[in-house]
Design a protein around this ligand. Structure first.
Ligand code: AP5
Ligand code: MG
Length: 191
């Protein structure tokens, strides 16, 4: 099983590209953001607690997402691997993921990182707010906070993964199809 992180700031296209890559390469797409939004939609206690944090654009506690991922990775037989989208988001989550995979004789194989400049991120997220219904897309101040939180808490993962030879930057600006081709070329080397 191959384990690929699709990494990048909010609005960089992780979700858009993950859906396509998962289909093309028979990978299980695991998005902690989607899982958390499903909890909110289902009205669970966890969802109620996390919703306030998410609508401010802050990160939910590491343990919450680590548990969610741990619950999904066992017993998967018909897939070629996992595509992690929006997880890990802190160095602590990265260490936890490595341990989880290690315990199962697996490892992180690559960290594909979508590079997109700040103004393009904001433009995409403001445009998406019309359709997504996501409270964290509605307020430009929350969009800025999500980008700040990414720079402060999430971006340090790049150095952590670069030291392990896992970091693969990808130009995330251009048409969705062109970016998909760039990512596909890298993923086809891994699966
Ligand atoms: P999450 O759901 O992960 O959101 P995010 O990181 O803010 O990223 P987005 O989903 O907004 O962007 P994306 O990169 O997936 O881009 P997309 O493909 O949608 O997290 C939400 C919240 O949940 C967090 O803030 C946090 O509170 C919590 N959370 C989740 N995981 C967590 C974790 N591990 N730890 C702690 N907390 C966690 O594209 C964006 C838009 O751009 C779309 O409209 C798309 O159509 C468009 N687009 C895509 N590609 C292009 C292109 N090439 N050109 C033009 N437009 C494009
Ligand atoms: Mg997403």
């Amino acid at each position: 099983m191959v384990n690929i992180l699709i990494f990048g700031p909010p609005g960089s296209g992780k979700g858009t590209q993950s859906v396509r890559l998962a289909e093309k390469f028979n990978l299980l797409h695991l998005s902690t953001g989607d899982m958390l939004r499903a909890e909110i939609a289902a009205g669970t206690e966890l969802g109620k607690k996390m919703s306030a944090i998410m609508s401010k654009g802050e990160l939910v506690p590491d343990e919450v997402v680590i548990e969610m991922i741990a619950a999904k990775i066992d017993g998967v037989k018909d897939k070629s691997g996992f595509l992690f989208d929006g997880f890990p988001r802190t160095v602590a989550q990265t260490v936890a993921l490595e341990k989880m995979l290690n315990d199962r004789n697996m490892k992180i194989n690559s960290m594909l990182t979508l590079d997109v400049d700040h103004d393009e991120l904001v433009k995409r997220l403001i445009a998406r707010a019309e359709l997504s219904g996501r409270p964290d897309d509605k307020d430009p101040a929350v969009i800025e906070n999500r980008i700040d939180v990414y720079r402060e808490k999430t971006e340090p993962i790049i150095d952590f993964c670069r030291q392990k030879g896992l970091y693969q930057p990808v130009n995330g600006v251009g048409s969705i199809d062109d970016i998909f081709d760039r990512l596909s070329a890298l993923v086809s080397e891994l699966v």
